[in-house]
Design a binder for this molecule. Structure first.
Ligand code: NDP
Ligand code: 2IT
Length: 445
């Protein structure tokens, strides 16, 4: 490891020794940025990297609620307000039992660079709770969301911090959170994104992360004069991002053969077509069932406890969670001839797996670039709310597509190494410059 990176990481680790996901995210960025910062001493002198790795504010609070049996449950709520140099804090809320400070700090840190890359005026934040929506009734989810917002409302606002969805937070949760905010403040404002269409939401926001991730892969393929036509694709997860990644791949002529959830994966060598995808959406979004049921419905293989990475493919779309591709799985993908990986999830590849993709010189689009379409469209939702107007599906999709193309160009500009594009360096440096320059302008704050 570079000596400067090592010294920098020692301080980060000493400050919060247990936060390994946060360290992983910071180290990757530090490795990309250190040579750039050495060449641009104004950033070094102003200690921008040291400042950017420290949240502006981290809020942690009690979330008590009554379950359907009348028993009191207690969860922990968080909001990490990471960086507001270029706009109000913006980023999702995650409800999952694994949520802790390390996970949310890594997500908030990634969000700062991602949001900058979109070119839109949004700072970075992330929040959530260790609440597990699985197996809870709608009533329990509502009670939890109301209690969560009863504290969060005093820390957010349309010009301060605008949360959205992430794992375990979709349309239903955003509705309950919005209802409680509106009640407490007596204000109808664009305080959350991912809202339903009839109360301030944007067309294409539900689709945006998955569509954007495929648009990004399409741009990477174009650099090799290639396309999605007849490509075999594997997708992990079966939630929001996985569903709309699959939809767009089908539209562009590719074939998706896997989906998964935390219990296992399905392998459908005939490909998931639009009808089968509609079944998945109903199963996951309405019945809240398990992906295993797909295998029973369509008579294909189900592998309990497995992830899709051993299946031969041209392109891979990790769309479930962090560190879902290990070093060995990355090697397996490369050995099986993968030509591209576009990350719908945040930091889905372990650090030594990333090294394998970079050494193999495949088209590797890291999450903070490839999945930026979701938050970009959230910013478009904020714009529509400010205008008190709503744009057509075509208009939002075209803007999303343009943003992903321009974002890809920025990664190429900063990440080009002879005949290879290192999208990791490209995304980290391109994302950094705008935030760092704003921080220089604002002085020591
Ligand atoms: P959803 O809750 O809609 O879906 C998550 C999917 O991933 C489910 O299939 C879930 O399975 C699976 N999953 C979650 N945690 C784990 C785990 N620990 N191990 C294995 N599988 C797991 O979330 P999203 O689709 O919104 O988010 C997926 C990823 O995309 C996350 O990394 C998120 O941060 C990222 N992302 C999301 C954006 C958005 O706009 N929603 C924007 C940018 C990135 P199960 O149901 O069994 O838990
Ligand atoms: O990780 C992410 O970018 C998101 N979960 C979306 C954030 C947002 O504000 O739309």
């Amino acid at each position: 490891m570079d000596k400067n990176v090592e010294a920098f990481m020692e301080e980060i680790i000493a400050k919060d020794p247990g936060e390994k996901e946060f360290h992983q995210a910071v180290q990757e960025v530090a490795e990309s940025l250190m040579p750039f910062i050495e060449k641009n001493p104004k950033y070094k002198k102003a200690k921008i990297l040291e400042r950017i790795a420290e949240p502006e504010r981290a809020i942690m609070f009690r979330v008590p609620w009554l379950d359907d049996n009348g028993e009191i449950q207690i969860n922990r709520g968080y909001r990490i307000q990471m960086n507001s140099a270029i706009g109000p804090y913006k980023g999702g809320l995650r409800f999952h039992p694994s949520v802790n400070l390390s996970i949310l700090k890594f997500l908030a840190f990634e969000q700062v660079f991602k949001n900058s890359l979109t070119t839109l005026p949004i700072g970075g934040g992330k929040g959530g709770s260790d609440f597990d929506p699985k197996g809870k009734s709608d009533n329990e989810v509502m009670k939890f969301c109301q209690s969560f917002m009863s504290e969060l409302f005093r820390h957010i606002g349309p010009n301060t911090d605008v949360p959205a969805g992430d794992i375990g937070v979709g349309g239903r949760e955003i509705g309950y959170l919005f209802g409680q905010y509106k009640r407490l403040r007596n204000e109808f404002t664009g305080i959350l994104t991912g809202k339903a269409l009839n109360w301030g939401g944007s067309l294409i926001r539900p689709e945006a992360t998955g569509y954007g991730c495929v648009y990004f892969a399409q741009e990477m393929l174009k650099t090799k004069k290639d396309s999605f036509k007849d490509k075999t694709c594997i997708v992990s997860g079966s939630g929001n991002v996985a569903q709309f990644t699959t939809e767009k791949i089908i539209q562009l002529g590719g074939k998706v053969v896997t989906l998964s959830d935390s219990s296992g994966m399905i392998y459908d060598p005939d490909g998931i077509d639009e009808k089968k995808l509609a079944y998945v959406m109903e199963l996951k979004n309405i019945k809240r069932g398990r992906i295993k049921e797909y295998a029973e419905e369509y008579n294909c293989d189900y592998y309990a406890g497995k992830r899709p990475w051993e299946i031969e493919c041209d392109l891979a779309f990790p769309s479930a969670t962090q560190n879902e591709i290990s070093k060995n799985e990355a090697q397996k993908l490369v050995d099986n001839g993968v030509i591209g990986v576009s990350e719908g999830a945040n930091m889905p590849t372990e650090a030594d797996g990333v090294e394998i993709f970079l050494d193999a010189k495949i088209l590797y689009g890291p999450g903070k670039a490839a999945n930026a379409g979701g938050v970009a469209t959230s910013a478009l939702e904020m714009s529509q709310n400010s205008l008190r107007l709503s744009w057509s599906r075509e208009e939002v999709d075209e803007r999303l597509h343009n943003i992903m193309c321009r974002l890809h160009e920025s990664c190429v500009r900063y990440g080009k190494e002879n005949n290879f594009v290192n999208y990791v360096n490209g995304a980290n440096i391109a994302g950094f410059v705008k935030v760092a320059d704003a921080m220089l302008d604002h002085g020591v704050v």
